[in-house]
Design a protein around this ligand. Structure first.
Ligand code: PRX
Length: 648
């Protein structure tokens, strides 16, 4: 068990929300909430806004915990994102406005994007990638990332996007778990002026990935990065395979329940989970939420800052907005590179109207100072969004004031990789907002708060659960249905356990507080404590390790590790630095511990379980909680004392 609910509740801030601000009416009325009372009809109404080859016979087939949505329906996600727009005047509209970190720019109209996706789909087919084959994508935020995803969707090959910041080993494990047949990557990418060596990481990963037959490599700069090595027969340049590829590729007619993609996320064990999303239900939730939460219109320029390596980048950079025919801004690099006004430069340059980012970014903007946004014309903005972690009211107010100029509604959206799309959110212009609260369930979604016995808590704190199936829900964990059942459905039978603690106020508003399992949220990214622990114990100097989160003013939380060294190894600054690097090598920079604390002992229960709760108390400088269940209570007191000494 991770953070105890009572700790979360104790830490949760209480404050008076300011009166609801004047809002431009977006969604015209409360009709959405009223319509959603007929839940299945409501979702079916949204599903009908997609283009189907064959209608479904039944909206929902629910055999807990297995759901099938739009049973018997046939469709293709890439057709919904491209072909149907190409058949209208949207053909000439900008689909992607892309900017690279060094400042290079590319624009794709819907017609051009359709062309590229078709050609790449044809190219994949010519290489022998077939319907049902898994394709790994390890790319920077360049247009080819969206093209590759949509090309896979076109031929019915589930994609597994691996965040470009993950290490070689993390990539290897994900490829092997999904048994991917092909991998799409780039020679390099750019991040804070650095050249990220993607192909080099790929070469490391592919030493032990027997399933991979082909690697397709995009030249990030239109010429090969000099350090790139290509393996004959296996590696192909993207532009070469595109050169003579057919400009039309017949889309695969997919069943609503066929897998659209797998996306790995961290859980409570050392092994990431391959979350499986299917086509019909996922696309339905993507369009319904994008339409109602962001209310995209013809003239909108929409920018979601998420990387395609995360689920937000799947649903709200690619599938949702493109299915609606919106203009999407895509940016490759860091928000503060080369200057701290880069983000606002982009908003001004493209006249962004809807902006979706994470609290960690907002807190960073706050820290850099209001002079950066103030120096820019942000008058085109009309709606702001946030996702990824609880937003502290100060950050909410700053966002409202300096970015939204006190006139843009803010939608705080709570959801997860597993949910596929937004689950708790205000509807702009309809739902009264309260800074720090993701407000109420999206129409058609049913959520509750329960105590440890599963009894509903009307007002107060509890565990957040989802009480009925929703179309975008994960269908299983790839290759491990038992883990799917155990993880999400065993705690309260028939009810989905989110792993989050929350409060509900007297207006019925939800205030999500954070994870109650052994999962950290570092800068909006999920990291399993066990994952970092297994990385640490794989180092020859480490006998045992325990990892906890420590609050951080920008990142929300950072990783703190406690390590017991093996005989013959002594604590040193060099070893400390090496262990941090070791975790980066094993997982990626996002998991780098802020601190590694060497210890001779760890607090354990009599049955040998490490009590992370106490380590968290130590790392955060809190008074120690109950120590009576410890095998040796003296361990924790001396550990605390030594930790505090080292911290000073
Ligand atoms: O703890 C919740 C937090 O992020 C977790 C989901 O992480 P991930 O699957 O990586 O997806 C992130 C983007 C959808 C949740 O269990 N979380 C996400 N959004 C919010 C949030 N916590 C509070 N408020 C939010 N708006």
């Amino acid at each position: 068990m991770g953070k105890q609910l009572d700790t979360l509740l104790k830490e949760a801030r209480t404050f008076e929300p300011p009166p609801a601000f004047k809002r431009r009416a977006h969604v015209k009325s409360k009709a959405a909430y009223r319509d959603a009372q007929r839940r299945l009809d409501y979702w079916a109404k949204h599903a009908r806004t997609l283009e189907w080859y064959k209608p479904w016979k039944k909206v929902l087939d629910w055999k807990p915990p297995h759901a099938k949505w739009f049973v018997g329906g046939k469709l293709n996600a890439s057709v919904n994102c491209l072909d149907r727009h190409v058949a209208t005047a949207t053909r000439n509209k900008a689909a992607l406005l892309w900017e690279g970190e060094p400042g290079d720019r590319r624009v794709f109209t819907y017609w051009e994007l359709h062309r590229e996706v078709n050609r790449f789909a044809s190219a994949l087919k010519s290489l022998g990638v077939k319907r049902g084959d898994r394709v790994a994508i390890y790319l920077p935020m360049i247009p080819e990332a969206a093209i590759a995803m949509l090309a896979c969707a076109r031929i019915g090959a589930p994609h597994s996007v691996v965040f470009g910041g993950f290490s070689s080993e993390a990539l290897r494990d994900r490829i092997n778990d999904a048994q991917a047949k092909a991998l799409i990557t780039a020679d390099i990418g750019y991040r804070r002026g650095q050249r990220v060596q993607l192909k080099k990481n790929v070469d490391g990963a592919l030493e032990k990935t027997p399933s991979i037959e082909h690697v397709i490599v995009v030249q990030r700069d239109g010429k090969p990065a000099p350090e790139t090595r290509m393996k004959a027969g296996r590696d192909h340049w993207y532009h070469d395979v595109m050169a003579d590829a057919a400009t039309y590729c017949k889309p695969a007619i997919m069943d609503a329940e066929d897998t659209l993609y797998i996306l790995y996320t961290s859980g409570t064990t050392g092994k990431p989970k391959g979350i499986v999303h299917t086509t019909g239900g996922y696309m339905t939730q993507a369009v319904a939420t994008t339409k109602l939460v962001f209310d995209l219109k013809d003239d909108d320029v929409y920018w979601c800052m998420a990387d395609v390596g995360w689920v937000t980048g799947h649903t709200y950079v690619v599938y949702g907005p493109l299915a609606l025919g919106a203009t999407v801004v895509m940016y490759e690099g860091a928000p503060d590179w080369p200057e701290k006004n880069r983000t606002w430069d982009i908003v001004e340059r493209y006249g962004v109207t809807v902006f979706y980012t994470a609290p960690t970014a907002i807190r960073a903007f706050m820290k850099w100072g209001a002079e950066y946004p103030k120096g820019h014309d942000l008058s085109t903005l009309r709606l702001l969004g946030t996702v990824g972690e609880p937003i502290n009211p100060e950050a909410w107010m700053w966002y409202h004031r300096y970015i939204g100029n006190k006139r843009c509604p803010i939608v705080d959206t709570w959801w997860q990789t597993e949910t596929g799309g937004i689950m708790l959110t205000p509807l702009p212009g309809v739902t009264k907002t309260k800074p720090g609260s993701a407000t109420v369930p999206f129409p058609g979604v049913e959520a509750d708060l329960v105590d440890s016995d599963g009894q509903s808590v009307k007002v107060g704190g509890g565990f957040l659960v989802l009480t009925s199936p929703w179309p975008g829900m994960l269908r299983t964990i790839y290759g491990d249905d038992q883990r799917f059942k155990d993880q999400y459905w065993s705690r309260y039978p028939g009810v989905y356990f989110t792993g989050d603690g929350a409060k509900r106020d007297k207006d019925g508003y939800f205030w999500v507080l954070g994870r109650v399992d052994d999962v950290l949220n570092v800068a909006g990214h999920r990291i399993g404590t066990m994952e970092v622990e297994s990385a640490l114990v794989a180092h020859p100097a480490v006998a045992e390790a325990a990892v906890v989160g420590r609050p951080h003013d920008v990142k929300g939380e950072v990783v703190v590790a406690f390590a017991i060294l093996r005989a013959g190894h002594d604590p040193s600054d060099a070893l400390l630095a090496e262990l941090k690097e070791h975790v980066v090598r094993k997982i990626g920079a996002i998991a780098r511990p802020a601190d590694v604390f060497f210890t001779a002992d760890l607090p354990k229960t009599r049955s040998g379980k490490i009590m992370r709760r106490l380590l968290r108390d130590i790392a955060t400088g809190r008074a120690l909680g109950d120590v009576t269940t410890l095998a040796d209570p003296s361990v924790v007191a001396s550990l605390k004392q030594r930790y505090e000494e080292t911290e000073e």
